[in-house]
Design a protein around this ligand. Structure first.
Ligand SMILES: [Zn+2]
Length: 338
């Protein structure tokens, strides 16, 4: 499977039930920039202004992720000029900042090329890491690793409530739901659908666990299912190999998101995994102050297809920590039932 080829990149401003807005977070926020001051404002002056805005990583620059033929890029738009930021090849400086190369070209401004010194700031950007199915014992063995990076995860449970749920919740993780029997919900009767998705909720509630999020088995979902489930779950999660970014502070009451698989079967090659993850995490941090990415795997194992190698998991945790990215749970996202 070629992951890169089907990468869909969009920063989603308000993704309630699939309404997607492919728009960067950096709306113009009233900052004074290079105004078109007419006579006297020479091309050189305008260019200097733009270079200053780039150097300061101004919020006036509207940033977005772009995908072209399997290649990821971070683009920035300022006064009709499109910049390309090479966050993948940004270099760590001695002061701890990253030196991010950028390049642009336009008829009016000619070639612009340089490096921006960027220190990842404190912000709401982060990763929503989730694990699916029923690998309770394995997951629990990795609680100390998650804890050592202050990482909280969401566990999408297949089946009924058990002791794992209580211990996971006590460790700060979120328990969410992933059906009773992991059926393809497109192929079941309405009665079975309800049984699979809603019936066990009561026993969770009884055990002190509020299920606020639901993940579709295999990621298969249809619009009618959203309608049926949103009254009970504020967050619905799809699953696939493509990448979608969202805003943490989307304030959506009902939110459907697509989570990216980071399973071993999707990344057979270590280099591709490390390269993609490094890029994705940097891009999430660089793009906006509340961009988030949803990443999903299953067990934690060096050999399982549907699972993540332990060292890969640790790489995500470590890289995110270095970039000051948070690990959010579904229930941390703004809006929703709470
Ligand atoms: Zn599953």
């Amino acid at each position: 499977m070629n992951v890169l080829a089907i990468l869909v990149l969009a920063l989603c401003a308000s993704c309630a039930s699939g309404a997607r807005v492919a728009e960067g977070a950096s709306e113009a926020r009233g900052e004074t920039g290079p105004v078109e001051s007419g006579i006297g404002a020479g091309a050189a002056e305008k260019r200097e202004n733009i270079e200053r805005l780039i150097a300061h990583n101004s919020e006036r620059i509207r940033k977005r992720l772009h995908q072209d033929g399997g290649k990821y890029t971070v683009l920035g738009e300022i006064d009709g000029l499109t910049l390309e930021y090479d966050v993948q090849n940004a270099v760590q400086t001695e002061g701890g900042a990253l030196s991010v190369p950028y390049a642009a070209w336009s008829e009016a401004d000619g070639a612009l090329r340089g490096s921006l010194l960027w220190t990842p700031p404190e912000s709401d950007s982060g990763v929503v890491l989730s694990f699916d199915d029923d690998y309770f014992d394995v997951w629990e063995r990795y609680f100390p690793l998650l804890e050592s990076y202050q990482a909280r995860a969401t566990f999408f449970m297949q089946g009924g409530v058990n002791d794992f749920c209580t211990r996971a919740q006590a460790a700060g993780h979120e328990i969410a739901y992933h059906t009773k029997n992991h059926l393809d919900l497109r192929r079941v009767s309405e009665e079975v659908f309800v049984e699979e998705t809603l019936e066990q909720r009561a026993q969770y509630t009884k055990a002190g666990i509020e299920l606020g999020a639901f993940a579709f088995p295999f990621g298969f979902n249809e619009e009618w299912m959203h309608k049926k489930l949103f009254p009970s779950y504020a967050r619905l999660r799809g699953f696939g190999v493509s990448l979608h970014l969202y805003h943490k502070n989307n304030n959506a009451d009902a939110l459907f998101v697509r989570s990216k698989s980071i399973d071993n079967i999707v990344y057979k090659d270590d280099d591709a995994f490390y390269r993609d993850i490094a890029f994705i995490l940097r891009a999430v941090k660089f793009l906006s102050d509340d961009a988030i990415v949803f990443l999903t795997t299953h067990t934690i194992s060096s050999t399982a297809d549907w699972g993540i190698k332990p060292e890969r998991l640790e790489f995500i945790l470590k890289s995110a920590a270095e970039l000051k990215l948070h690990f959010w749970r579904f229930k941390d996202l703004s809006g929703g039932a709470d």
